[in-house]
Design a protein around this ligand. Sequence first.
Ligand code: GRF
Length: 221
Amino acid sequence: MSNIVNLGVLVSGSGSNLQSIIDNIEKGTLPAKIRIIISNTPGAFAIERARKHGIPAVIIEPRGFYSREEYDRKVVDTLKSHDVELVVLAGFMRVLTPLFLRAFPMRIMNIHPAILPSFPGTHGQKKAFDYGVKFSGCTVHFADEGVDTGPIIIQGIVPVYDTDTEETLSQRILKEEHRIYPKAIKLYAEGKLQVEGRKVRVKDHPQPEDSPRHNPPVVDF
Ligand code: GRF
């Protein structure tokens, strides 16, 4: 049995990951409730999505705050006042201060569009594409004080095709993001995530098959 976990989702842009979380909640596949959506930018399309689904959303712009800590305090207060248990960063384009991290220890998730620890920071898809990797993907991890450095919860892998552009690869990765982020939140809601140092163990969950993948495929060896 899963508990319904109260989420606070932080966004800055399109909010397609937010949408996949909303869709899974509405389908009944994710035992969660989004209590509040916070955007740091007024024009974020994610806000439209929130309104469409009747989910409370607020814009907290950084200007007017004296420091990053002061800004984060306001965000933390807003999350706490909505009884948020798990904070979900869904394209939120700010690095969190220790004040924020301390308020939600191992209760802040982020998604990154690359296989960490490769290609952290902005434009992870482009960095991987330009590097010439044969596989890329996405990573859901707990947030810590670094940029995309926290304990890894789940990773999804996609191939890179010779015909790809940065755009087509990014789309393939995004599609995978939409599958793994709700899954990671579900595992949290089910109480299945155990953090031991850098390792996140998933209780009572099947291990992946031992089936190596190659790109290009290795068929004649
Ligand atoms: C995603 O690529 C995510 O991995 C990154 O920011 C992007 C957000 O996209 N952290 P969206 O706003 O969810 O569409």
